[in-house]
Design a protein around this ligand. Structure first.
Ligand code: NCD
Ligand code: ZN
Ligand code: ZN
Ligand code: ZN
Length: 371
């Protein structure tokens, strides 16, 4: 007779992923608000913040309102929606700010049409956007250095997305030491994969921005864990057919693999459970000014060992760059506001039960709020 299996249980707070792509409107064959938020719950996340590079992109009161209406009808977990910074919305953006998760500035080439090239537009947005509502930037290498300078010049907090390289994390350390108000996030794929994995994953499937980096870069992220404020999946689903096409779009799914990968690293003593809670709950809640979710928790089985597979996942994209990777740690139950939202591999939360993290949205966007 096999020995009775022990199950080492752990209860975490409802985790927050401040960087995901839901693809609705415009590309619901990749993901929609229902499938994407179900993937979030299956991964232990009870709140997600969605990026604005949809089709159309979210850059106006109208597109924000229509996207929030879609989200409100379908989301299974709590959600916020970022506003994209463009050259043409520097004047209108501040009034829309209270209804958004924050402002997203795309400053290097990535997936979608949003990109701000002129640094005077960066400056205008940073000066006009209300303090107390977050600003995030996609900025790599020397662009990241430029953004740090602007955060210093304008004395306003800027959150640096998906930091991946040694030179970037060391520069952020220096900036923080000087009191420059920057925070940053790192995606699990930049902690658990390097460019050495590209042949095994395949070149099209490996496309992601920022690109998978060298093993030295990966080591530098682990060595500077204290500089990393948040872990964020940058869940960026594209279908297998798209990834294997001659023009593969950049992006990896990540919502359902982030926590298992991090728990595995905890089981290997590469970080602690407290490190995970700090970067997946405490810091994101503070940096992104998110409301408390009462009676909300995530239960995990720390002993469960299995291999990551895309089969049975809730994301619509149908693949994962971590296929076959052995992990230890499984989400067994998620409770959101007292209701079981996920249990035994099944999402139970109803589409539409998720709430907007910016409840002011009941007032029509476009209305100018007093300072
Ligand atoms: C993201 C996407 O597909 O929307 N892709 C990516 O490679 N990370 C865009 C982004 O986050 O830069
Ligand atoms: Zn559904
Ligand atoms: Zn990005
Ligand atoms: Zn992204």
């Amino acid at each position: 007779m096999p020995a009775a299996k022990t199950m080492k249980k752990l209860t975490l707070p409802g985790l927050i992923d401040p960087h995901v792509h839901m693809r609705e409107p415009g590309a619901t064959h990749k993901e929609d608000w229902d499938s994407g938020t179900a993937a979030a719950l299956a991964g232990g996340f009870t709140a997600i913040l969605a990026m604005p590079n949809t089709a159309p992109p979210v850059t106006s009161a109208e597109t924000l309102q229509s996207t929030l209406l879609l989200a409100g009808g379908k989301a299974c977990c709590d959600f916020g929606q970022y506003l994209g910074a463009g050259a043409d919305n520097t004047a209108s953006a501040p009034a829309i700010a209270p209804f958004s998760a924050g402002l997203k500035m795309y400053l290097d080439q990535t997936y979608g049409p949003l990109r701000l090239d002129d640094m005077t537009d960066w400056l205008t947005h940073l000066q006009a956007w209300p303090h107390g509502i977050p600003v995030c930037a996609h900025c790599e290498g020397k662009t990241l250095a430029a953004v740090i300078l602007l955060a210093d010049l304008t004395r306003r907090p800027v959150h640096l997305c998906h930091v991946s390289r040694r030179e970037e994390i060391l520069l952020i350390r220096k900036a923080k030491e000087q009191g420059i108000p920057v925070t940053c996030e790192v995606a699990p794929h930049h902690l658990f994969l390097s460019e050495d994995d590209i042949p095994a994953i395949g070149s099209g499937r490996s496309e992601v921005r920022p690109r998978l980096a060298s093993r030295r870069d990966v080591q530098a992220l682990w060595d500077n864990l204290d500089v990393i404020d948040c872990f964020a999946s940058d869940h960026a689903p594209h279908t297998l057919a798209e990834k294997d096409s001659p023009t593969p779009p950049p992006g990896f799914p990540g919502l359902e693999t982030s926590l298992p990968l991090l728990l595995t690293a905890a089981s290997e003593k590469r970080l602690t459970i407290e490190d995970i809670i700090l970067r997946c709950y405490t810091n994101p809640a503070r940096i992104f000014c998110l409301p408390d979710q009462p009676d909300t928790r995530v239960e995990v089985d720390l002993d469960a060992r299995y291999e990551i597979t895309a089969a049975g996942a809730y994301t619509r994209c149908g693949w994962t760059p971590f296929e076959g990777m052995p992990v230890q740690g499984r989400v067994t139950r998620v409770t959101l506001r007292g209701k079981t939202a996920f249990e035994d591999g099944k999402v139970l939360a109803q589409p539409g039960s998720g709430r907007n993290v910016r409840p002011e949205v009941t007032t029509p966007p476009g209305v100018t709020l007093p300072d």
